[in-house]
Design a protein around this ligand. Structure first.
Ligand SMILES: NC(=O)c1ccc[n+]([C@@H]2O[C@H](COP(=O)([O-])OP(=O)(O)OC[C@H]3O[C@@H](n4cnc5c(N)ncnc54)[C@H](OP(=O)(O)O)[C@@H]3O)[C@@H](O)[C@H]2O)c1
Length: 308
């Protein structure tokens, strides 16, 4: 008989975490597969609606509070992160020091398998004004140097009705004139949260993938302009008119402004990086298993826009 598995997750309440929990709960209900018992760490949630998920209250930076809950863990999945608009010091604390802290906790508790969800933003050629991307890159290095049985996944842009980024892009694409930072020629490869969850589930159950870093994107690469144009057409019934805006120079200006005005700015310099650098996934042993069954961009958009 296969040994019992116990998965300890951080970030279970986020966009990706919710999709993964639903996936795991669905599979637990169906076939008699070797599904893990799931323990989920959260600062806010004291119970999960998915059957068989135990909530543990706590913060990633304060492992003393949940160290005992690690007992028997066969896979530690670290997804918790500060995302969106925030100060560099906060990204550093949550994403770099937070990762250091959970790695140390795993070592103390004797947990061997450590799976880290990074971001395609770690692959951008520079992160001068992008502390989130820099923090993910630094966290990746800590994971690789941890001495644990590690693996890293780098999702591209994740699409879900729960995702703030989806609602921002939908709002932008619905304007009479659609702002297009950097010309819109960069390439993106959006992945639906449920397709990502399927790949993450397989990754968790397959130690042969350990000591590898895997980009994960959807099956279709499109330009940002094409992507926003397709949303506009669905919502407004015609072709979008684009307003070209600078990319790199807008980043330089925002970088200066956010020193004083970050809370009131509509976006940070870092959030413009995906308009100036490609966010595409290199094919790999994990992505190749799933690419055929994933939602393409049109299917994804039809689903996301189904209810308005
Ligand atoms: N969404 C995307 O497009 C995308 C793309 C590439 C990579 N990623 C990566 O995928 C992962 C999940 O992203 P997401 O979009 O699902 O994130 P999200 O929706 O912003 O949720 C963030 C999660 O992190 C947890 N968290 C943050 N700080 C914590 C702390 N100090 N202690 C404990 N938990 C903490 C939150 O949990 P509580 O608030 O419940 O404590 C929440 O579950 C992240 O590592 C992100 O960098 C996301």
């Amino acid at each position: 008989m296969a040994p019992e598995r116990k998965l300890f997750m951080t970030g279970a309440t986020g966009v990706v975490g919710r999709a993964l929990l639903q996936r795991l709960a669905g599979d637990k209900r169906s076939a008699g597969r070797n599904m893990p018992a799931v323990v989920a760490l959260s600062r806010n949630v004291s119970a999960f609606p998915e059957a068989g998920v135990r909530a543990v209250h706590g913060r990633i930076g304060e492992p003393e509070g949940w160290l005992r809950d690690l007992e028997g863990t066969t896979e530690f999945l670290h997804m918790a992160a500060l995302t969106g608009k925030a100060r560099a010091a906060d990204f550093q604390r949550a994403n770099v020091e937070g990762t250091r802290s959970v790695i140390e906790a795993c070592k103390r508790a004797g947990v061997r398998r450590f799976l880290f969800v990074s971001s395609i933003a770690a692959t951008y050629p520079e992160h001068d004004a992008y502390p989130y991307g820099r923090s993910k890159l630094e966290a990746e290095a800590l994971v690789r140097e941890s001495g644990l049985d590690w693996a890293i996944v780098r999702p591209t842009i994740v699409m879900s009705r729960r995702a703030k980024i989806w609602h921002s892009l939908e709002g932008m694409a619905s304007l009479p004139v659609v702002p297009m930072f950097g010309g819109g020629h960069v390439r993106i490869q959006p992945i639906h949260a449920d397709d990502l969850a399927l790949a993450l589930e397989a990754w968790l159950g397959d130690p042969s993938l350990d000591r590898g870093t895997y980009d994960l994107g959807g099956p279709e690469v499109v330009t940002f302009r094409d992507f926003l144009g397709r949303i506009h057409r669905r919502k407004k019934g015609g072709d979008a008119t684009f307003l070209p805006l600078p990319g790199k120079s807008a980043i330089a200006v925002l970088k200066q402004l956010e020193k004083f005005l970050l809370p009131v700015l509509p976006m940070s310099a870092g959030q413009l990086y995906s308009f100036v650098y490609d966010s595409t996934a290199k094919p790999n042993a994990l992505s190749e298993r799933f690419v055929a069954g994933q939602r393409n961009v049109d299917t994804m958009l039809d689903e996301l826009l189904k209810y308005g």
